[in-house]
Structures are given as structure tokens and as C-alpha cells.
Design a protein around this ligand. Structure first.
Ligand code: CUA
Length: 335
């Protein structure tokens, strides 16, 4: 594991050893291009470090006071040198312009990329919220949260194109192995695309400070072979499962204020402020990555979200034990 990978793993909540947010292990074109710039920048900085450090060490050693010197002698004083001053002005300017040029070329290459005709692009809209991610696939009729499913892309086919929006403050959308950070800004649409070449789960994270729970604004990109992605999409597009065995529990859920914020498609729950729960149980985490999605965690979370994510907009509903059991029993059927 590289050092940056280690640091990132510590910084990204809910990540495991086998799911590392590693900028130096790219699996999509934008991330490959950005890795190139990162290595160039590190190489240039390393050369500067060696040259400057080398000169300092040389000066220390070469000009230090000699033991046998009887008297301190002032070295020759040099005032001004056109060559040296020109060199340390022109060389940094050249370096800066090289880095600007290379970065601009890559940014343009990413921004200007359009799907080729007949390449089966997937379109997704991601909306940053305090502190979770809303994900829409307008063409597929899917709304989900904190998890982005993408097909594996080959030769430009099945790439995913994102429109990035914010519902409140600035956030930054970042899945290190797939692409660099792109700011998510209110009243503005930003664009990004990814063509992941390998199936897997890639950890993402909000990368712009956006309030107390900024660090707990995780997301997961789940890259699947095309047929699996299609299966997932077909299931997600369906309205919520109606399980008659939890009709009583559903009635309790429908009677609570939960439905003012959450949507369960096909039911009276049509709230738009919070994550869509239609297929809640198909997701891996709760609270944008703070808890893994197990029945016990779901109960803990509904019971007191503020305990796990202080300041998040979901309040403690003060449900009694029985209500809690009923609500969770219903939610667990939302596969
Ligand atoms: Cu959203 Cu930081």
C-alpha cells in the first residue's frame, strides 16, 4: 500500500483494507490522466528539492569554519549577479507554465469529452446535500442515494456521464480511483464522466468542507459488468416491494412524519428532502457511510440518528420500542 493510499484510507470513513481510495491506482480515463500530472508534479518537485537541498548541504560543508583557522576571515562579498537572478526567476516561471499547460490540457480533455454515437452512455445526476448524495438516472427512472452504480466501460462504450448539482452549499465530488475532484456548486451544473474498466467497489468522499459532517459524506461507486448493471437498473426502476406481511408496519410508517422527507415510490411517502427509501435495503451503508446497512444498525440509526451523525437533518423521532420495531420491520422489506 502506498503512503497516500494509507492516508486516504484513514481519512475516508467506512473504507476497508480491500477498498482503498487510491489516486495512484486509477481504473478510469480521467483518473489515469490525473495520475500522469501528479507524477510529473512530484518529479519536478523532487528535482527542485534535490538541487536546492544539495546546494545547501554543499555550502554547509564547503564553507564551514576550518578547525585550524586561527582567525575568522570574512568571505568575499558579492552584490548582485544578473545570471543567477535571471536563472532563479526564469526557471520557476517556466516550471509554473509547464504545469499550467499540462493541467489545462487534461482538464480540457476531460471537460470536452462527449459520448461517441452508439456508445450506450449512462447519464446520472448527482446532487450534493448536507450531508449525503442524491443520485438520479433520469433516463432509467431511478433515484437512489450515496451509491452510484456504473457499468464496466470498454473502448468508450457504456461510459457514465454526470451532471453535478448542489441543494445547499459547496461540496466536491470525488472518487479517487475514477476521477479527480469536481466542485458541486449551488445554482450551477458541473460535468464529469468516468469509464471504469474494472468491476469493483470504489470509495468516494466529499472533498470540500461543507459543515460539521463533511467527513461523513461518503459515497460508493459500484462498478458492475453490463448485464449486472442492467439487472440492478431494472430492479431499481420498479416501485417499492409491497409485502402484505408488513401491512400493519407500513401503516405505522405512513402515519409518521418520516413521509414528509422520504420517498417510497408507489406509496404515500413522497418527501423530497431526504434519501429515497424505495430500495433502501439494496444499499450497503446508512447515513452516507457512517454505518453498514444491517438490521441492527438500521434500528440504531432510526432510533437516534444524531448519535451517529451529530447535526444531520434527520431528527430523533422519539419512537417507542414497538413503533421502532414496526418501522424497521417495514423498512427491511424495501429490497
Ligand atoms: Cu459535502 Cu463536504
Amino acid at each position: 500500500m502506498t503512503v497516500p493510499a494509507l492516508l486516504l484510507q484513514m481519512a475516508v470513513p467506512g473504507s476497508h483494507a480491500n477498498r482503498i481510495a487510491d489516486t495512484f491506482n486509477p481504473v478510469a480515463t480521467p483518473a489515469h490522466m490525473e495520475k500522469g500530472i501528479a507524477i510529473l508534479t512530484i518529479a519536478i518537485c523532487a528535482v527542485i528539492f534535490v538541487v536546492v537541498g544539495g546546494m545547501i548541504v554543499y555550502a554547509f560543508v564547503h564553507y564551514r569554519a576550518k578547525r585550524d583557522e586561527q582567525e575568522f576571515e570574512e568571505p568575499p562579498q558579492v552584490y548582485g549577479s544578473n545570471q543567477i537572478e535571471l536563472a532563479w526567476t526564469v526557471i520557476p516561471i517556466l516550471i509554473v507554465f509547464v504545469l499550467i499547460g499540462v493541467s489545462a490540457r487534461v482538464i480540457r480533455g476531460i471537460q470536452a469529452h462527449k459520448p461517441a454515437p452508439h456508445s450506450n452512455p449512462v447519464y446520472a445526476t448527482v446532487v450534493g446535500h448536507q450531508w449525503w448524495w442524491e443520485v438520479h438516472y433520469p433516463d432509467l427512472g431511478i433515484t437512489t442515494a450515496n451509491e452510484i452504480h456504473m457499468p464496466v466501460s470498454q473502448k468508450g462504450n457504456h461510459a457514465t456521464f454526470f451532471t453535478l448539482e448542489s441543494a445547499d452549499v459547496d461540496h466536491s465530488f470525488w472518487i479517487p480511483q475514477l476521477s479527480g475532484k469536481t466542485d458541486v456548486i449551488p445554482n450551477r451544473n458541473n460535468f464529469l464522466w468516468m469509464d471504469p474498466s474494472k468491476a469493483g467497489v470504489y470509495i468516494g468522499q466529499c472533498a470540500e468542507y461543507c459543515g460539521t459532517q463533511h467527513a461523513h459524506m461518503g459515497l460508493r461507486a459500484i462498478v458492475q459488468p453490463v448485464p449486472e448493471f442492467k439487472k440492478w437498473a431494472a430492479w431499481q426502476a420498479k416501485p417499492a416491494v409491497e409485502d402484505p406481511s408488513v401491512a400493519k408496519d407500513k401503516a405505522v410508517f405512513d402515519s409518521l412524519a418520516c413521509i414528509n422527507c422520504h420517498t417510497v415510490r408507489g406509496t404515500i411517502a413522497q418527501g423530497k428532502f431526504a434519501p429515497d427509501l424505495t430500495h433502501l435495503m439494496s444499499r450497503q451503508t446508512l447515513g452516507a457511510g457512517v454505518l453498514s446497512n444491517t438490521p441492527q444498525h438500521l434500528r440504531d440509526w432510526v432510533n437516534d440518528p444524531q448519535k451517529y451523525k451529530v447535526g444531520c437533518k434527520m431528527p430523533d423521532m422519539h419512537l417507542d420500542d414497538q413503533q421502532l420495531t414496526e418501522v424497521v420491520a417495514y423498512l427491511e422489506t424495501l429490497k
